[in-house]
Design a protein around this ligand. Structure first.
Ligand code: UT7
Length: 334
């Protein structure tokens, strides 16, 4: 069996046009622009029109991804869609997407890892490439968080946005490293702090579950916050130490974007300068499994990363789930 590293060979994103500002939220719930900015760092988030689903955002991102790499959707062999907001419980968003983009030669599935879903999915995709089973795997984090946010609850609705971010994974070529190491974790005892109770097999949808708002995000923000600042920093430090990479060798730290204060605390804890970290939460809010590919896309577009640079990706989310990936960026700047 050939073992070759996997690399990210293209990255793309898509956000719906409609923007929801803090000022608009002030008219919807008892909040202020100042509170949201100070406590979260978020200014705006993109929100879908009614009728748009996760597979629609994913389709936009993946079509752009194929164009960018100069391939047809028919060249894709596997599609993995990390998401907490699938179009429906089944069939999977990956199947609906496969049909929408005409990826006739691909199979696919959804993956439930919440905000760590993108890293979890990358780890699965990597194995298919490493073992030589496939040569083109797409991972597309696609979320319509507005479909499960309660716009009467100020504690959650201000935080989230809708987006899709996609990467193509291919075998690394001679001299390229691509994905170097992956650390992933979960601790189910944290499940009670961030969850959506309704609509699953435990509480199938009924009038009662809807009346009790069980089909919305429920979160104990402070509990999640504490966990996030500790574990996202710890796992990032662990992956660097394990691979003998010091923080000054890292070109870009790419943390999950859930709260500016969490990001800044991790930055300070790990000793990264402002040039070494990407933050775009102000524009998009928390887009769950799409935050990391959105950051990769923008860093690449802005020329902040070039071929050969070391990147550390890090996430945390519902579950609790968390993880970190060390990789070498292998895309030439166009
Ligand atoms: O992707 C992973 C998912 N989640 C996260 O990473 C979330 C992690 N947690 C957080 O980001 C923060 O905990 C939040 C942004 C959710 C909340 O910030 P906080 O500083 O932890 O606020 P808090 O929950 O401790 O609430 C402080 C006060 C409360 O009022 P009282 O009880 O002190 O009178 C809240 O009711 O702020 C109030 N509050 C708000 N006020 C205005 C909560 N949300 C709002 C709001 N506008 N939108």
């Amino acid at each position: 069996m050939t073992i070759s590293n996997a690399k990210i060979s293209a990255v793309e994103m898509y956000v719906p046009e409609k923007i929801l500002t803090n000022k608009e939220l002030e008219k919807m719930v008892d909040t202020t622009n100042e509170w949201i900015l100070e406590r979260t760092g978020i200014r705006t988030r993109h929100i879908c029109e009614k009728g748009q689903a996760a597979s629609d955002l994913a389709a936009e991102a993946v079509i752009k991804l194929c164009k960018k790499r100069g391939i047809s959707p028919k060249d894709i062999e596997l599609i993995i869609v990390p998401t907490v907001t699938p179009d429906m419980l089944f069939p999977s968003t990956a199947c609906l997407l496969q049909e929408k983009i005409g990826a006739d030669n691909a199979w696919g599935f959804d993956l439930s890892g919440a905000c760590s879903g993108f890293l979890f999915a990358l780890s699965v995709a990597e194995k298919y490439i490493q073992t030589g089973i496939y040569r083109r795997v797409v991972v597309v984090g696609s979320e319509i968080m507005s479909s499960i946010a309660d716009y009467t609850n100020r504690e959650t609705c201000v935080l989230f946005g809708d987006a899709a971010g996609a990467v193509l994974l291919e075998p690394a070529e001679e001299g390229e490293k691509g994905i170097i190491d992956i650390l992933l974790r979960c601790d189910g005892s944290g499940g009670k702090y961030l969850y959506m109770p309704g609509g699953g097999s435990l509480h199938p949808a009924t009038h009662e579950t809807v009346d009790k708002k069980m089909h919305y995000i429920h979160q104990q923000g402070r509990r999640v916050f504490k966990f996030a600042v500790t574990e996202m920093a710890n796992i990032s430090r662990e992956i660097m130490k394990k691979n003998n990479i010091t923080s000054d060798q890292v070109k870009l730290y790419v943390p999950h974007q859930a709260n500016m204060r969490i990001i800044k605390a991790c930055q300070a804890n790990l000793g990264f300068t402002d040039d070494q970290i990407i933050i775009n939460i102000q524009k998009y809010g928390n887009t769950t499994s799409a935050t990391i590919p959105l950051c990769l896309y923008e860093a690449s577009q802005e020329g902040r990363i070039k071929k050969g640079d070391y990147l550390v990706l890090a996430s945390f989310g519902a579950g609790f789930t968390w993880g970190s990936i060390l990789l070498q960026w292998e895309i030439e700047n166009s």
